[in-house]
Design a protein around this ligand. Sequence first.
Ligand SMILES: CC(C)(COP(=O)(O)OP(=O)(O)OC[C@H]1O[C@@H](n2cnc3c(N)ncnc32)[C@H](O)[C@@H]1OP(=O)(O)O)[C@@H](O)C(=O)NCCC(=O)NCCS
Length: 270
Amino acid sequence: CGGLTGREAHHLPASTTDDGKYSRIRPLLLSGEGVTICRSDVHYIITEFGIAYLFGKSIRERALALIEIAHPDFRPWLLEEAKKLGYVRTDQSLKSKVAYPIAEEREMTMKNGSKILIRPSKASDVEMLQNLFYHMSQQDIYTRFFQRMKSLPVAQAQHFCNVDFEKEMAFIAVTGVRENEQIVGSSMYVMDHATNLAEVAFMIRPEWQSVGLGRALQGRLAEYARSKGLRGFTAQILTENDKMISLIKQVSDQIEIKSADGVLDVVALF
Ligand SMILES: CC(C)(COP(=O)(O)OP(=O)(O)OC[C@H]1O[C@@H](n2cnc3c(N)ncnc32)[C@H](O)[C@@H]1OP(=O)(O)O)[C@@H](O)C(=O)NCCC(=O)NCCS
């Protein structure tokens, strides 16, 4: 297709063939199939399950981004084939069975006037998320993880972006154009079925702190959680983490705080 921007965008008629028997996104070309466009020229691939931004991405990111927009029935097979071909790690999982919730994307303006995009995260965001971690200060890493950490292994980073959009949700704040995004803030929750509450966690890049990004991310998480019928949030916060304490108190007036061994256990009901 191409376009006014000079970028190659490819819109598949559907993620499967008309009879639904075969995926149009496949691990390999079939015998005799030809390629007319070089892979490095393709910027986007679009299906009814979302948009894969491929330009400038690594093989792993590209493979995952394509699997995420394939029909859910074919995603497990595609993931297994991608593992066999060495495109993705053998411990890679894909939790989402539904389409990427594009309607949840929001452009927002921060207190310093900067515009950012807050969007649901994807499994293919993992490398950008590791990059965010490596830009955090040791102090921030300590207040986030309650321990000193020198690295964020892929398996752990996956936990913060590879969510099912149901009992787990994650929003990230990104700057830059789609093909070259940078994550400046991450937020997530994991729901506890027994209580119908969700535990939240945040990580904002130091130069983006105190401009309202935590508040904006928490606002999106709370709106989403309410739409899923959750009762409220819980958080474990170090007693000296004033900013996070102020942030969680913004969830509602119904706050319960218990303190033990330098850690606050907070319950905030909607
Ligand atoms: C804690 C954290 C998530 C807050 O995010 P943030 O984007 O910096 O916070 P915001 O700018 O949205 O401010 C939220 C509230 O904190 C308070 N606050 C902001 N800056 C503050 C500061 N320097 N000191 C004390 N309180 C402050 C304000 O009450 C503010 O509310 P307001 O906007 O109504 O004034 C972020 O600083 C962070 O990632 N810290 C490191 C990791 C961490 O501790 N994560 C939390 C563990 S779950």
